[in-house]
Design a protein around this ligand. Structure first.
Ligand code: NAD
Length: 397
């Protein structure tokens, strides 16, 4: 069997892609079709790259929600679009024929969602519930109907609320509508397990790295520092802490959750291995950027836990996964990405191939080029009318 070589992030922020012959679940058999919802998003696009490198056929589904720059999302898929085993479906899961989309898939990785704790209050509440709860129910239902082998569900540390503050153990006690929506998704998974559907649930802990969503703290911190003189808005004293998890480690765990037979029905915490305060991150980013992060302090808003802490033993035991990337290596990888992805992105520049692939961790030249035009055209054909092919839609920060 041909080996897929691992690839590495610069500066020791290691991304280790398992060689194909290490995937015991797939040894000596055809590599199956994986469906990834939310494929153009931050984590989904890394997952697509990992699955392609592990020799899966991949169907990506994404509606390119204009919540943040859809052109940025299209650029996330640049390498994947050059791969002959990748097909992109630009569809909204709220209205698509899900049975048709999922038929023939062995594994469905359901990552599409309306993320963001703060966005889930007030006007964002209804959309959070619709995108997360209703859509997840519909995906699980279709997966059960068409006989998908396994669904891997992206949940969140937000289900734990502030329960780690006392030193644990974590209990499910959400403190934001977003957290509540993810608990509801997990309960839906339980209901469909009762109907015989195999669902593996992953509770991701604050994910960071290249392509990070522009609403997230590290993205804002790097962008503020890159454009010297702009302050980063710190919510609270900065002594609150998070278990930050590198996106390459998250993608690896997610592929394993879809592949390892013993994972059937399990729920895993996927965390970076250490809890770090926001102020420690600010200090590290200042060192990496070579200039101090300017901080503007605002009160800590509701819904944000004081601390989060994952228990990754179960993922280690069952999946054979552990986080491998150091905070410093991972922050350097993200800094490099911010340095190379400059200027406004437009769909027009992306679809004409004029964009730089510098931001892609898996670069087009690593992958056989065949269907780029097809996938890019699919994105263009189905572009939301609100997107302009020549103008940036939203600012990137
Ligand atoms: P993201 O916003 O970058 O990606 C989500 C993608 O889903 C987007 O590209 C969006 O266009 C797509 N999408 C949303 N609704 C859709 C619909 N109805 N139909 C089709 N596509 C749709 O977010 P992310 O940070 O990559 O998060 C991915 C998943 O991981 C989400 O389920 C999120 O809740 C979960 N999660 C993320 C983090 C984190 O730190 N980023 C932490 C915990 C859990």
């Amino acid at each position: 069997m041909r080996h897929i070589e691992g690839t590495e992030y610069p500066h020791g922020g290691e991304l280790r892609i398992r060689r194909a012959d290490e995937w015991s679940a797939h040894r000596d058999r055809e590599f199956p079709t994986a469906v990834v919802t939310g494929a153009a998003g931050f984590i989904g696009s890394h997952l697509v790259d990992h699955l392609l490198l592990a020799r899966h056929r991949v169907v990506g589904i994404d509606s390119f929600e204009p919540w943040y720059n859809p052109a940025r999302k299209a650029s996330n898929l640049e390498a994947a679009c050059a791969h002959s085993s990748f097909r992109m479906e630009v569809k909204d899961l709220r209205s698509a024929d899900l049975n048709a989309l999922l038929r023939g898939a062995s594994t469905v990785y359901h990552l599409a969602a309306q993320p963001g704790v703060q966005h889930s209050w007030g006007v964002g509440l209804a959309k959070t519930m619709e995108m997360n709860v209703s859509v997840t129910g519909a995906v699980l239902d279709a997966a059960a109907q068409v006989g998908v082998d396994r669904v891997v569900l992206a949940s969140s540390s937000s289900v734990y609320g502030d329960s780690a503050r006392t030193g644990g153990p974590n209990v499910v006690a959400p403190i934001s509508p977003y957290g509540v929506s993810k608990v509801a998704c997990e309960h839906l998974a339980d209901a469909y397990r009762q109907r015989g559907l195999d669902v593996v649930t992953l509770r991701y802990f604050t994910v960071f790295g290249p392509r990070q969503r522009p609403d997230m703290a590290m993205h804002k911190m790097f962008e503020a520092t890159r454009r010297r003189g702009r302050p980063f808005t710190r919510r609270g004293s900065g002594e609150q802490s998070r278990e930050f998890t590198f996106v390459g480690d998250v993608a690896a765990a997610t592929v394993m959750a879809g592949s390892v037979p013993e994972a059937r029905g399990h729920t895993f915490d996927i965390g970076g291995g250490a809890t770090v305060s926001l102020n420690e991150v600010i200090a590290e980013v200042s060192r990496i950027a070579g200039s101090p992060v300017q901080v503007r302090t605002v009160p800590m808003p509701a819904g944000e836990p004081w601390t989060t802490a994952a228990v990754v033993d179960e993922a280690g035991k069952v999946l054979g996964w552990r986080p491998r990337t150091t905070l410093r290596g991972a922050l350097r990888a993200q800094w490099d990405w911010h340095q190379t992805v400059r200027g406004p992105l437009t769909l027009g520049s992306l679809l004409s191939g004029a964009s730089s692939s510098a931001g892609s961790l898996v670069r087009s030249r690593d992958l056989p080029s065949r269907n780029h035009a097809t996938a890019a055209e699919a994105i263009k054909r189905n572009a939301h009318p609100q997107w302009s092919a020549t103008e940036p839609i939203l600012s990137n920060a």
